[in-house]
Design a protein around this ligand. Structure first.
Ligand code: FAD
Ligand code: SF4
Length: 462
């Protein structure tokens, strides 16, 4: 008999009061017993609607069925057939808008906790299996990957498993992309990302860090060095700003800079060489996951008042519900339906306040969401000595500007054909560099698709 509880088995969490003072992981993960109990909620539906919601088509009912019986290794093997970063996806994928959105148990009650089960299985495998020793025989074809985020790493891993000699060129001093510089430790411990990267190295992927392609080497020079194909997975790391007065004052950060200082450079540790301003009141502008991450990091750095300013209402707020609830539990305040119009400074040029204007929702815009409209003369000031802009990012134009015939659309995203090839022959692309800021699983799916296309092209099948 399936477990007909309408609710998921609860995820154990660090207490809100405690965790706002540390960077340890918030969600603690299921025990074996909890995982098996949650797995019993799955009805093993014939048509598996959940699979249609997964961008990499993990065989969800099959892996959950193994979890039910305590066969965690078998469950892991099923997930690994299609997903190369399950411990990451189990933690950060927006399952509520993907696989779990399609789960029949969600019609009456909560969907099966597919993400929680995926996380459990991946963590179990990391602790209990030694899976990394399957180095493949080289086929002597060389492929270069630009960018060591989820798109690039997935493409590199898939090609290496097919025998390609793959080198990943990463601009930063470590690989991982947003997984290491953006998503905070308390949502995604870096040890998990490092484990996955170590696994890729063991299947033969070479990783060259501190290599900004377009500056140190060009795409043409990579071809001259003997690479037959190049995959661009350079992400969308260029922060957007509002262009309002005062945005260049001391104390205004882009979320990317702030999060990089905190997460990658460990600015919160007393012995870190990376400076970060110790603020008392911080305003974070934006309503996505990036805004939640920045606000929750600020809180953990000791900022007394952290306020998220978002121009629409809670209903339209794009961040994952779970992240919003966690932020609220940690004491983050929300100023909704308002928008910054000016940043004020003290006599030393430091931020002293953020002037906002109230908004109301008008008719739906092209995105289908109701358009925020300013309410005249409703300005007010939020006292603040720090402001973090989390209003989106775009792809960096460096590669485009240093490579002939590499075309992008008006948003700066690279144009690719159905085989993931850009407008430059044998140069492929995927992930945020093509879609603009999106999700980890979509970037991984794009890396996978491109690896398949590169393999077909080099073997002359395409
Ligand atoms: P990236 O992860 O951006 O990796 C690109 C890599 O390329 C970087 O390492 C960069 O240094 C490198 N690079 C760039 N230019 C060059 C160059 N010229 N030469 C060499 N290397 C270069 N998604 C989710 O699914 N769930 C979440 O909870 C979530 N939270 C997020 C939180 C934050 C703070 C941010 C910023 C994003 C979040 N996302 C989340 C989005 C997700 O992380 C991205 O969609 C995903 O990482 C995109 O992968 P990518 O490989 O295309 O690019
Ligand atoms: Fe299980 Fe839900 Fe998928 Fe049905 S839709 S197989 S209940 S996870």
């Amino acid at each position: 008999m399936p477990n007909m509880s309408l609710k998921k088995v609860a995820m154990p969490l660090q207490d809100g009061e405690v965790r706002r003072n540390n960077f340890d992981e918030v969600a603690l993960g299921y025990t074996k017993e909890m995982a098996m109990e949650e797995a019993e909620r799955c009805l093993n539906c014939k048509h598996s609607p959940c699979i249609s919601g997964c961008p990499v088509a993990v065989n969800i009912p099959a892996f959950i069925n193994e979890v039910k019986q305590g066969n965690f290794e078998a469950a892991y093997k099923i997930i690994r057939e299609t997903s190369s970063l399950p411990a990451v996806c189990g933690r950060v994928c927006p399952q509520e808008s993907q696989c779990e959105k399609h789960c029949v148990r969600g019609v009456k009650g909560e969907a099966v906790g597919i993400g929680r089960l995926e996380r459990f299985v991946a963590d179990w495998a990391r602790e209990n299996l030694n899976e990394y020793n399957q180095c493949t025989v080289s086929n002597h074809h060389k492929v270069a990957v630009i960018g060591g985020g989820p798109a690039g790493l997935t493409c590199a891993g898939d090609l290496a498993k097919k025998g390609y000699e793959v080198t990943v060129y990463e601009a930063l001093h470590v690989a991982g992309g947003v997984l290491v510089y953006g998503i905070p430790e308390f949502r995604l411990p870096k040890s998990i990302v490092n484990y996955e990267i170590e696994g890729l190295k063991q299947v033969g992927v070479k990783i060259e860090t501190n290599m900004v392609i377009g500056k140190i080497l060009t795409i043409d020079e990579l071809f001259e060095a003997g690479y037959e194909a190049i995959f661009i997975g350079s992400g969308a790391g260029l922060p957007n700003f509002m262009n309002i007065p005062g945005e260049n004052l001391k104390g205004v950060y882009s979320a990317n800079e702030f999060l990089t200082r905190v997460n990658l450079m460990k600015a919160y540790q007393p012995d870190s060489e990376t400076p970060i301003q110790h603020a008392r009141r911080c305003v974070v502008v934006g309503g996505g996951n990036v805004a939640m991450d920045a606000a929750r990091c600020a809180k953990r750095l000791g900022v007394e008042n952290v306020t998220i300013v978002y121009r629409r209402s809670m209903e339209e707020l794009p961040a994952r519900r779970e992240e919003v609830e966690h932020a609220q539990e940690e004491g983050i305040e929300f100023q909704l339906l308002c928008n910054p119009v000016r940043v004020h400074s003290d006599e030393y040029g430091n931020v002293s306040g953020v002037e906002c204007i109230r908004m109301e929702l008008g008719d739906a815009d092209s995105s289908g969401r109701r358009r925020p409209v300013e309410i005249k003369d409703s300005n007010f000031i939020i006292e603040a000595d720090c402001m973090i802009m989390a209003i989106g990012t775009s792809p960096n134009p460096l590669l485009r500007s240093t490579t002939e015939h590499l075309e992008a659309n008006k948003r700066g995203c690279l144009i690719v054909d159905e085989d993931s090839m850009t407008t430059r022959e044998n140069v492929y692309a995927g992930g945020d560099a093509v879609t603009g800021a999106a999700t980890v699983i979509l970037a991984m799916g794009a890396g996978k698709k491109a690896a398949e296309a590169i393999d077909n092209k080099i073997k002359g099948n395409a």
